[in-house]
Design a protein around this ligand. Structure first.
Ligand code: WTA
Length: 649
């Protein structure tokens, strides 16, 4: 294993869970954690079988796990409707009129949906989908703002066995086209717009632009959120509210196989177009449910808030399926964290009495920069537990979160997981695990995580290696949609029968996992995965560009910034603002998060004699301003001098 993934971070501060918290927590001692962990690894069938009984099944399973690497089937023979665990089962008791979603729009309005009301809306919209001939296994693309209808749309799909594929509202029309083509979705659910930083995001207009080049879509159902003017194409586009008028509010939940596909979510890989990660029903729901129960220690009296967008996996598992299956009350917020100023999140925490708060390190860093006066001017005493996800949290940010947001009294769960894992895999349990700033600590139940060297041997303490999972887990991805070969190659070919996460990590002497970052050509920008190859192909698609190479560099707020090296085509006339033009072009092709922070024009890129771009050199160059690494395989040594000069500009 190369030196590149060694970590030199040493952290001695240890924070024990507050006694008061431990006393009430579901898992209140390390002995209890170890006992349950041991059982979950040694006897997964009895452990998960017991946990799964807490979900609503229409038909019991015959076998907990059928594993034929790399394909897992969980709860074989069992049948369920995922939405019954999330909604119907709460209607027979005190949760019936409990708030399921307390939603706040960016302009400031509030809507509350009780479990009964949410159930009713999901049933109505399920009827709308069926009336529009959406059938079981059909793919439905959802491109919505952060409003309750986004969750309603997902749950309505799940209720009728259709497979939702949510596309983040910040992605562009071209990203929609890619996902429509890959998934074969013929129904699109969207809105006239959504509010973000005081402006209306033109969601419907983006869908219209996408559907100019992609022809297979039969129906677009449009929710009226902002009242912005949109064009409706006759015979294809329908108003959400008009469709609701035509249907009843009751809907019988059919039972689907435990392995029935639930959703496809696209995520970046190291090469080519995003991968459609396919998740199925019973196992995924169980992962979402148990991690919420044990890691967020969700209680009936909690007010939980996850600040993610439903367009990412965190929004799927920790806004929709997990919290609802636990019957918790949650806050959902439409807009930006800094609108109208950086006090917005803290005013929401204060206003609704949020007790559990889950956000991303990039947001925390932005808050630190904005200044302590924002959290300090709000009463945050309702909080009892904090969480982070998306990237390693730097110890300074952890300490700030602990002190300024948690008032020194709230445990922090730093949760490591991925779109592919479906649910949290490595995380403290808040009532028992001693935490250190910067480590996600220990594996969750059933997660056999290890760090291996190149020969497949387990690394020693503090030695860096590849993070793998050695046993199947209920919420694991089932495949890459339509590409089983890629599924096997990307995740299961480094070591036989073991899942490779693509992250580098080390374990300290106490067994804690420290995630160092991605090992492949994937950047982590503001907690979101972005393939360098995706940005490169967006750049090369511009008529002025001959070649492009993209690498990451450390960025104070975003974690990683995007740096592009671009060679222009000969003879192309460009305006003086070609860099800006290229940035906007990438924004148009992928979405604003992919816009390069820096673009360097260069007459040539460093290549090997066989023509491969040497990204390693470019990485070193952006990090240190010079190149000292091995360049013997370089084809043209002059390139280096030119690049070093360009970087000094
Ligand atoms: C990174 C997000 C360190 C990691 C749920 C992983 C983290 C990728 C953490 C998945 C964490 C996520 N500490 N790194 N707590 N959480 N990551 O698919 O590199 O958007 O592989 O899923 O984010 O990103 P994804």
């Amino acid at each position: 294993m190369g030196k590149s993934i060694e970590s030199h971070l040493h952290e001695d501060r240890v924070f024990q869970p507050p006694k008061e918290f431990s006393r009430k927590a579901r898992i209140s001692s390390m002995a209890q954690y170890r006992r349950m962990y041991k059982e979950s690894i040694a006897k997964p069938a009895s452990f998960w079988g017991r946990e799964a009984k807490e979900l609503a099944w229409q038909k019991p399973w015959k076998k907990v796990l059928d594993w034929s690497a790399p394909y897992a089937k969980w709860f074989v023979g069992g049948k369920l409707n995922v939405t019954e665990s999330c909604l119907d089962q709460h209607l027979d008791g005190p949760r019936r009129n409990k708030a399921a979603i307390i939603w706040e729009g960016e302009p400031g309005e509030t809507r509350v949906l009780t479990y009964q009301q949410l159930h009713r809306e999901v049933c109505r919209f399920a009827n709308v989908l069926e009336a529009n001939e959406v059938k079981s296994r059909d793919r439905v693309l959802i491109y919505m703002p952060m409003i309750p209808e986004a969750a309603i749309a997902m749950l309505a799909c799940a209720r009728i066995g259709a497979v939702h594929s949510v596309v983040f509202g910040g992605f562009s029309a071209e990203s929609i086209v890619d996902r429509l083509e890959d998934s074969g979705a013929t129904t699109v659910l969207t809105a006239d717009g959504g509010y973000r930083r005081g402006k209306v995001v033109p969601l419907k207009a983006n869908v219209d632009a996408a559907l100019k080049s992609h022809k297979g879509v039969k129906r677009v159902v449009v929710y009226q959120r902002t009242g912005a003017k949109v064009t409706m194409k006759r015979g294809r586009d329908l108003w959400w509210h008009e469709e609701l008028e035509k249907v009843s509010a009751s809907h019988q939940a059919r039972a689907f196989d435990s392995e029935h596909p639930l959703f496809i979510l696209y995520t970046s890989g190291s090469t080519g177009k995003p991968k459609g990660i396919l998740h199925s029903s019973g196992g995924y729901l169980l992962g979402a449910y148990t991690t919420c129960k044990y890691i967020f220690d969700m209680r009936d009296e909690d007010v939980y808030w996850c600040t993610a967008d439903v367009g990412w996996v965190t929004g799927h598992t920790y806004i929709v399926y997990g919290p609802l299956a636990n019957g918790v009350t949650q806050v959902m917020y439409e807009g930006a964290p800094n609108f109208p100023d950086f006090g917005r999140f803290w005013s929401i925490v204060e206003k609704y009495g949020v007790t559990i708060f889950y956000t991303a390190p990039t947001a925390i860093r932005a808050f630190i920069k904005a200044g302590d006066k924002f959290p300090a001017s709000h009463d945050l005493s309702s909080l009892r537990l904090l969480g982070t996800v998306g990237e390693p949290i730097n110890p300074e940010a952890w300490m700030w979160y602990h002190e300024k947001i948690g008032g020194g009294r709230c445990p922090i769960v730093d949760t490591w997981w991925q779109t592919e894992t479906g649910a949290i895999m490595i995380s403290p349990l808040p009532g028992c695990t001693p935490t250190k700033p910067g480590t996600a600590t220990l594996p969750f139940f059933g997660v056999d995580a290890a760090i291996l060297d190149e020969n497949g041997k387990e690394c020693k303490a503090d030695e860096g290696g590849k993070l793998v999972i050695r046993k199947p887990w209920p919420s694991m991805l089932r495949t890459i949609y339509g590409d089983a070969r890629r599924y096997k190659k990307v995740y299961w070919s480094d070591y036989v029968g073991r899942y490779t996460a693509g992250d580098g990590a080390r374990r300290d002497r106490d067994g804690n996992f420290w995630i160092v970052g991605r090992l492949d050509d994937v950047l982590n920008v503001s907690g979101h995965r972005l393939g360098t190859a995706e940005v490169e192909s967006a750049l090369v698609a511009h008529k002025a560009v001959a070649e492009a190479a993209v690498v990451g560099r450390p960025h104070e707020i975003k974690g990683q910034g995007v740096v592009a090296f671009v060679t222009l085509r000969e003879g192309v006339k460009t305006s003086g603002r070609i860099e800006e033009e290229l940035r906007n072009h990438v924004g148009k092709v992928i979405g604003a998060i992919a816009k390069p922070d820096e673009i360097h024009l260069t007459p040539a890129l460093p290549k090997t004699r066989s023509g491969k771009i040497m990204r390693r050199l470019l990485k070193e160059l952006v990090a240190t301003g010079k190149i000292t690494g091995n360049i013997t395989t370089l084809e043209d040594f002059g390139v280096i001098t030119k690049l070093q000069k360009e970087m000094k500009k």
